[in-house]
Design a protein around this ligand. Sequence first.
Ligand code: GLP
Length: 259
Amino acid sequence: MEIVIVPTPKDGGRIAADIVCGAMENGAKMLGLATGSSPLHTYQELIRRHRESGVSFAAMSAYLLDEYVSLTSDQPQSYAHTIRAELVDHIDIDPARVFSPDGGAEDPNEAARRYDATIAENGPIDVQILGIGLNGHIGFNEPSSSLASRTRVKTLTGRTRADNARFFTESAEVPHHVITQGLGTISDARHLVLVADGARKASAVRAAVEGPVSAFCPASVLQLHPHVTVIVDEAAADELELAEFYRYTTEHKPASQGY
Ligand code: GLP
């Protein structure tokens, strides 16, 4: 696992964009996308490179991590709608090749199984962008999620519903249930890139990176993956015990070694 501490979230977005663009240059065809505020700098940087440097996403397909049960993709709070507004509508990826779990499906359990099967058939995902929740969740895998879990329906904690209430007119509107890629599904991706910024994320980052591997902190599953980059700003790195060492390794990275 490589932990990169950056001065600002914008710098983090540049590094994550470097990883995505580098993978595309090396033939990557599948991106894994996350919603939430953490990846916004990454998406803004990708949009800028598309506009100003002609970076093309025309050959790519993309898969979202998760979706609210009961929201259809045309509803503004759905993650399918959110990712269109934040990224897809501003680059040249074919929107028909941007996939997300079907939150509006009559049978969400079946929709979850179908989504997992689609990723397995077409995968692996080359680069998976991840944020992290305050309780250490990734995707919508709340504490107690099996580290081997596949895409399925989950119940949100009150804390996650409260954190995400800002996107809804009233907090009571936040759905209780979601379809999320499982931790096993996420771990099938070739390269996991977690971005986090701000002091609020510091303890979740610490638990994910330096704590025990445990279903109590779902993001700790990253420690079992062979190719992980964690990009954090100074505030989110504040509780890392080995912060100095991570800075040192970044500074002394062998020239031959990319992300
Ligand atoms: C939601 C999403 C996660 C995201 C998390 C953190 O719960 N399902 O994918 O990582 O929020 O969001 P933010 O980046 O806005 O802090």
